[in-house]
Design a protein around this ligand. Structure first.
Ligand SMILES: Nc1nc2c(ncn2[C@@H]2O[C@H](COP(=O)(O)OP(=O)(O)O)[C@@H](O)[C@H]2O)c(=O)[nH]1
Ligand SMILES: [Mg+2]
Length: 355
């Protein structure tokens, strides 16, 4: 299989002369493709391997790393598959870290509308899906639903549903998942019944070529339901079936967030009320403690004052007793002296004045 286009690439849709991979502007890309060209769109969630798939045929596709999606805009790649020139449309993936699903659908729908206006029909679509993403309720399932509505019931035989990342699961597990995808209505069941082929993108360039060949073999350009709805019926994007799926998803999210907000507000109000009552209890306890402290302080002061007056009383009593003691001692000395004098043997008669 050849790498890159065999005819001159459109000015804005392929690599530079030295083979670098430029990002491809989409807004003026439609006129570069002619109605007789084979155009195949590659769709699927971000990270499923769309750019990797396209890179097997040309060197202009930019493969993202595992951590974050790379620039997620629609790009057109001129490629050659087994000698046939084809244009591969790398569409922005849904469930992207940097863009909303509504932006992504708008961009895809806008390109489909312009290509329809320019009389460019899709030869087919490759819808890629990671084999490990079969979670009901996950974005994979929601996207399958939207994809179904984007395509509509006609021309599904030119749509290939292909599973990637076979190397990420043991083969028996992957085969189980594939069977589930094919049969369950919420996955690919309905699409398979309407003629979609389910193939495996499990062998790099070889399996990718088989997928493109399958589409080429259909030789049946398709008009998607969303193109008819927008161009023929004049519907707004949100009125299309795919837009309705997205709208329903947004409404579900609105309901979920409204419920969550109400729940959080109720929890918040409950906790705020609990906090308020605890704070009121705490304030009451503090007030009680303050009053008790003040009462104790008053008691202490009262007791202090009582003790002080007791001390003063005792001091006064002590002073009185001291004075009493002093005067008693004086009196005692005097009495002692008198006694001594009176009881002395040598009464100093001579000193007496005889009358
Ligand atoms: N293990 C494994 N990794 C893959 C496969 N296909 C793509 N990848 C990796 O998955 C990541 C996203 O791929 P990319 O092609 O950019 O996804 P896109 O967002 O759909 O374009 C890149 O790191 C690829 O190398 C695959 O089949 N197996
Ligand atoms: Mg990509």
């Amino acid at each position: 299989m050849g790498q890159g286009p065999s005819k001159p690439a459109p000015s804005n849709a392929a690599g530079t002369e030295n083979g670098d991979a430029p990002s491809v502007n989409t807004t003026q890309s439609v006129p570069d493709i002619r109605p007789e060209d084979i155009v195949i769109a590659v769709m699927g969630l971000t990270g499923v391997g769309k750019s990797t798939f396209i890179s097997h045929f040309c060197n202009t596709a930019v493969v993202g790393d595992d951590l974050e999606s790379c620039t997620n805009t629609l790009s057109i790649h001129s490629a050659n598959v087994d000698g046939t020139d084809v244009y591969l449309i790398d569409t922005p993936g849904f469930d992207d870290t940097n863009r909303t699903d509504t932006d992504v659908l708008r961009e895809i729908a806008s390109w489909l509308e312009r290509s329809y206006d320019a009389d460019i029909k899709l030869a087919g679509i490759v819808y890629l899906h990671r084999i490990q993403d079969n979670r009901v309720g996950g974005s994979g399932v929601k996207n399958i639903h939207m994809f179904r509505e984007l395509c509509g019931p006609n021309g599904l035989s030119s749509v290939v549903l292909a599973t990637t990342m076979w190397d990420a699961l043991p083969k028996d597990k992957a085969e189980e998942r594939e069977a589930e995808l094919k049969t369950k209505e919420e996955f690919w069941g309905g699409l398979v019944q309407h003629g979609c082929a389910v193939l495996r993108q499990d062998d790099g360039a070889a399996s990718a070529a088989k997928i493109i060949q399958h589409i080429q073999a259909q030789r049946r350009p398709i008009t998607l339901q969303i193109q008819e709805e927008i161009v023929i019926d004049g519907k707004e994007l949100h009125e299309t079936a795919a837009g309705e799926v997205l709208k329903a998803g947004l409404e579900e999210q609105q309901r979920m967030y409204a419920e969550k907000t109400a729940l959080l507000e109720a929890q918040l109000a409950k906790i705020a009320a609990e906090l308020q009552s605890l704070q009121a209890e705490q304030a009451a306890r503090e007030e009680q403690a303050r009053e008790e402290r003040e009462r104790e302080q008053r008691d202490i002061e009262k007791r202090e004052m009582g003790r002080e007056s007791e001390i003063n009383d005792l001091k006064l009593e002590l002073r009185g007793l001291k004075e009493d003691l002093e005067s008693t001692k004086v009196k005692q000395e005097r009495t002692d002296a008198e006694y001594r004098k009176f009881t002395s043997k040598r009464w100093p008669w001579d000193r007496c004045t005889i009358m």
